[in-house]
Structures are given as structure tokens and as C-alpha cells.
Design a protein around this ligand. Structure first.
Ligand SMILES: NC(=O)c1ccc[n+]([C@@H]2O[C@H](COP(=O)([O-])OP(=O)(O)OC[C@H]3O[C@@H](n4cnc5c(N)ncnc54)[C@H](O)[C@@H]3O)[C@@H](O)[C@H]2O)c1
Ligand SMILES: [Zn+2]
Length: 356
């Protein structure tokens, strides 16, 4: 273990408990990056950090703005005197986690990273798997995640008390990403979930275990194995874009999963009854927004714009075919090339908010 440089792949090491208890083991002189809102809502976070005599505590406003070069520079400047053996602890949602991952990779060519996800989305997804990225403004337009690193966290601290201040929308979007993993990777758990929706802690543990099992096989995304984690993301990203990012990412992925089920059925890959089971489970469990919402959003765009968005998202091949994650059954996913005609055939039904 000691031979590994900071940030190299290591199996996820998760610690559960109240923040003050876990923070008591933080090495003195660490650098902390904290979501300002979390600091305000949970005063014990700053109190516990200060007790560990950190080198600096950088507070950032959570949201895409935290993934700017300005914010990155602020974190790097605060960490200038951190030794190579030092630790950066990131406390916040996916945006704080992402910018901190990049900073941990750059400081002293790599320092130790501890992730403390405070949103459900960060807990089930972004704080695991080693990826961090910042956004770039090109000709006045913000491009999301074009520059990033792989830098694995040494530990993740999961503190349930921090999730108590999340809104219903924030819970739903985290839950949808978690159900996504179960629906595409684990039939047994999926059946258990449909019988009885899991408590939050169970949901987080299961999702993290599933994501870890995929990342362990392909930690640096060299074999494309991690692509299965993108179930629901092809049309999810389209819906997110046409809503001008007013639709949350998790909600968009929820609707994107319904689109992927339709495409799978249309191609004869996803069995009819299994697709129906997944759709009903997503409605009853995490509460996917309805097909009417997809229709309302798609009415704002035409087929040409959607095709352009898919190309910009690097989701298309040379002949306009779409590379999509489709279900072959509950709990099993495959990456397939989908001819443009196939998804376009579903368009009229999607526009009417109907199941094709
Ligand atoms: N690195 C990866 O593998 C990966 C994977 C998925 C998503 N992401 C990235 O994650 C980001 C989205 O993450 P996010 O949804 O956590 O966004 P976020 O960090 O913007 O947090 C969302 C909002 O919740 C607030 N918040 C955070 N913790 C809270 C708490 N405990 N109580 C109340 N409010 C709280 C934040 O201040 C912010 O306003 C995107 O930038 C996305 O690109 C990264
Ligand atoms: Zn996602």
C-alpha cells in the first residue's frame, strides 16, 4: 500500500459515522475545502476541522462555479505549503469533490485525498471512482468537465447527519443515480428494492459497492468497462441541455433511463415485461418524473438540435449511430450502437408523452 503514490487506484475505503468522530483522525496541518452552505448548516463541521489545526480551510460556494479555474487557484494557493505527505479533505457535493480532486492531483504532484460527500449524488456516485474535473469557458460558453484527472481518494467519510438538510429534489436525484446502478448491474438487489424501497444508508452502500466493483476492473477507464455506468445518460444529457440545466442531472438521468428502455425494446434487446418492471419501479421507488416532462422538454427542440447535442456529447459514431447503454434484462447492461433511425422512430411517441 505504501508503495502506491497518493491518488493511485486503491479499493474504496469507506468510513461511516458522525463527522466530528471521523474528523478526530484527520492529520494536523491538513488542507480543508468546504462547501460554504454545508459549513453554515452544520456548524460542527468547521468546529471539528479547527480542532485539528488545519493549514487552511477554504470555503467555496457549491455549484458549477466551484469548478472554475479561479476556485481551483484559490485552493492551490491555500495548499502551497502542504507537504507531499499532506492531506486534502473535501467536504461538499460533487462540485467541491471535483475541484478538490484536481487540486489534490496538482499539489506537490499529488497529495492524499479524503472525500466527504454531503449530497446524495456525491455519496452514491461522484465521490467514488477517482475522477475530478473543472469547467472551461471557451468563447463565452461554459464547457463542462473538459479537463480532468484520475486521483483516487484514500478514504471516504459518509456522515448521515449531513444528508438531513438535503431537499426532496436533491434526495430524488441521488436516489435515481443509485437505482440506475442497481437496475443495470444487480438483478437480485433490484428485486429486493422493488419489494421494499431501501433506507438511505442501504441505498448509498449498495450503489458504492456496485460502482466500486466496476471501477476496480477498469480504474483508469482503459477498457471501456465503466461505460455501463452511463445507463440513462445519453438522452439524460439531451434533456438536461434543452432545459438549460433547470432540470437536475439526476432527474434528467431518470427520464433518460425511460428513453433507454424504449430504445432497448424497439431493438428487441430489452424484454417488454422487464422494461415495464423497471419503469414501474422507478416510478414507485425514487419517483422518476413522468413522460409528460420529457414531452414538454423535447417540444422545445427539434430533431436537428437533438442530433447536434448528441454529436457534441460525443455519443455518436461516424454514421450517426448512437452508442448507448441498453438493458438485456433487469440487472444486465450492454453497450450497443443504435442506428439513428431507431431512436428517431420513437420520437413521435416521446413528443406526446406516451410509451412507444
Ligand atoms: N467525478 C465524478 O465521477 C462525477 C460523477 C457525477 C457527477 N459529477 C459532478 O458532480 C457535480 C454535481 O454534484 P452535486 O449534485 O453534489 O452538486 P453540488 O456540489 O453543486 O451541490 C448541489 C447543491 O447542494 C448544496 N449542498 C451540498 N451539501 C448539502 C447539504 N448537506 N445540505 C444542503 N445542501 C447541500 C450545495 O451547496 C449546492 O448548492 C457536477 O459538477 C458533476 O459534473 C462528478
Ligand atoms: Zn450521472
Amino acid at each position: 500500500m505504501n508503495a502506491l503514490p497518493p491518488g493511485a487506484y486503491r479499493p474504496a475505503s469507506d468510513r461511516w459515522g458522525p463527522f466530528p468522530r471521523l474528523c478526530a483522525n484527520l492529520p494536523e496541518g491538513s488542507l480543508a475545502v468546504v462547501d460554504r452552505k454545508v459549513a453554515r448548516l452544520h456548524p460542527s463541521v468547521l468546529q471539528s476541522l479547527r480542532a485539528r489545526e488545519p493549514r487552511a480551510i477554504v470555503q467555496l460556494t457549491g455549484g458549477e462555479g466551484a469548478k472554475s479555474f479561479t476556485a481551483l487557484e484559490q485552493v492551490l494557493a491555500a495548499g502551497l505549503s502542504l507537504p507531499r505527505s499532506g492531506t486534502l479533505v473535501a467536504i461538499g457535493g460533487g462540485t467541491i469533490g471535483d475541484v478538490s480532486t484536481v487540486a489534490a492531483h496538482l499539489l506537490k504532484r499529488g497529495v492524499r485525498l479524503v472525500q466527504v460527500p454531503t449530497t446524495l449524488l456525491a455519496a452514491v456516485d461522484s465521490s467514488l471512482g477517482g475522477k475530478g474535473a473543472v469547467d472551461l469557458t471557451v468563447r463565452g460558453r461554459v464547457v463542462k468537465n473538459p479537463v480532468g484527472v484520475f486521483h483516487y481518494a484514500e478514504e471516504a467519510w459518509l456522515c448521515p447527519e449531513l444528508y438531513t438538510t438535503l431537499s426532496d429534489t436533491q434526495r430524488r436525484e441521488g436516489a435515481l443515480e443509485a437505482w440506475k446502478m442497481v437496475a443495470s448491474l444487480d438483478a437480485k438487489r433490484f428485486r429486493a428494492y422493488t419489494r421494499r424501497p431501501p433506507a438511505l444508508q442501504r441505498l448509498v452502500k449498495d450503489a458504492r459497492q456496485l460502482k466500486e466493483s466496476i471501477c476496480a476492473e477498469d480504474p483508469y477507464e482503459l477498457q471501456g468497462l465503466r461505460r455501463v455506468l452511463n445507463f440513462g445518460h445519453t438522452f439524460g444529457h439531451v434533456l438536461e441541455s434543452v432545459s438549460n440545466f433547470r432540470l437536475s442531472h439526476g432527474d434528467a438521468v431518470g427520464l433518460g433511463m425511460l428513453c433507454a428502455l424504449d430504445v432497448g425494446r424497439h431493438l428487441g434487446l430489452t424484454p417488454e415485461d422487464e422494461a415495464r418492471q423497471v419503469e414501474e419501479a422507478l416510478e414507485r421507488g425514487p419517483g422518476v418524473l413522468g413522460r409528460k416532462r420529457t414531452a414538454a422538454l423535447l417540444k422545445r427542440a427539434d430533431l436537428g438540435e437533438v442530433t447536434e447535442l448528441l454529436i457534441a456529447d460525443k455519443k455518436t459514431g461516424s454514421a450517426g449511430e448512437l452508442r448507448m447503454v441498453l438493458l438485456t434484462a433487469v440487472g444486465s447492461a450492454e453497450v450497443r450502437d443504435v442506428p439513428a433511425e431507431a431512436w428517431r422512430a420513437l420520437w413521435p411517441a416521446w413528443l406526446q408523452g406516451k410509451r412507444p
